[in-house]
Design a protein. Structure first.
Length: 257
């Protein structure tokens, strides 16, 4: 295991220990897919408490973990009630007429250029000519004061009420035939590439199913599984539509765009 991963494990265990001994909720920074996988893979006997993760909306890729003392573990409290220490902030052009088409990379670059660590911000969602960003509460005011331009576009920021925020990811429906519902077959259909090429992604620890790292091509994907590929995107497997005369399987997936 890499040193960074060992340090993360130690930090997560320490947060759980603090929650247990002090009877308070403790929170991690935003965790990426690989870091979430490390959390989910921790043996139960290493953690002192249960935990939940949340990133501001369903299907969020970057999420915080909240470690729950025993009194809260079975209380059925919703995500808002758990008080995750982050805010949603909208970024909109100051003058729509002169705004550029901005990408995820543009927004992220502008945020990192302010000296904000990646672990302090969550997903960046682009909706037309505006974006919504999830940011640690301690940096929300700073971001609103300091972020005035993204690339060549002047912008203004304002907080969004997290409890009212709804986001439905857009997707394209992809249908096709596969020999089986193995992970590599569905990757090939989703990303229009050969199974051989995509096999390297699994070996390179870039493929996750429901947030868990996959290490084998032959994993049998189940309906409603969400497959994420770092650097390429994600899709949801919706199921089998029919079988062909040659016994190939006609399936449907929703590829997020």
């Amino acid at each position: 295991m890499l040193k960074d991963e060992q340090l993360l494990e130690k930090r997560l265990i320490e947060l759980s220990k603090t929650a247990y001994h002090r009877d308070i909720i403790t929170y991690s920074d935003f965790l990426n897919l690989n870091e979430l996988n490390i959390l989910h893979s921790l043996p139960k006997d290493k953690l002192y408490t249960s935990y939940v993760t949340f990133g501001g909306y369903d299907l969020a890729e970057r999420q915080m973990a909240a470690f729950l003392p025993d009194a809260l573990s079975f209380s059925g409290m919703d995500m808002e009630g758990l008080g995750f220490p982050f805010s949603a902030v909208s970024i909109v052009p100051l003058h729509e007429k002169y705004s550029q088409a901005l990408t995820h990379r543009d927004y992220l670059g502008a945020i990192l250029n302010l000296g904000i660590e990646r672990s302090k911000s969550g997903d960046i969602l682009i909706e037309g000519n505006k974006a919504v960003l999830f940011i640690h509460n301690g940096l929300s005011d700073f971001l609103q004061e300091e972020l005035t331009r993204v690339k060549h576009t002047s912008v203004k920021l304002c907080k969004v009420n997290l409890s009212d925020y709804q986001y439905s990811p857009r997707f394209e429906e992809v249908k096709g035939t596969v020999a089986s519902v193995r992970l590599d077959s569905l990757l090939s259909l989703a990303f229009s590439s050969s199974r051989t090429k995509l096999g390297g992604l699994i070996e390179g620890a870039k493929v996750f199913v429901n947030g868990r790292l996959m290490t084998t091509n032959s994993y049998q994907v189940k309906e409603e599984d969400i497959i994420s590929v770092r650097g390429m995107g994600k899709f949801k497997y919706k199921g089998i539509l029919s079988r062909t005369k040659k016994n190939r399987i006609f399936v449907i997936i929703h590829k997020y765009i």
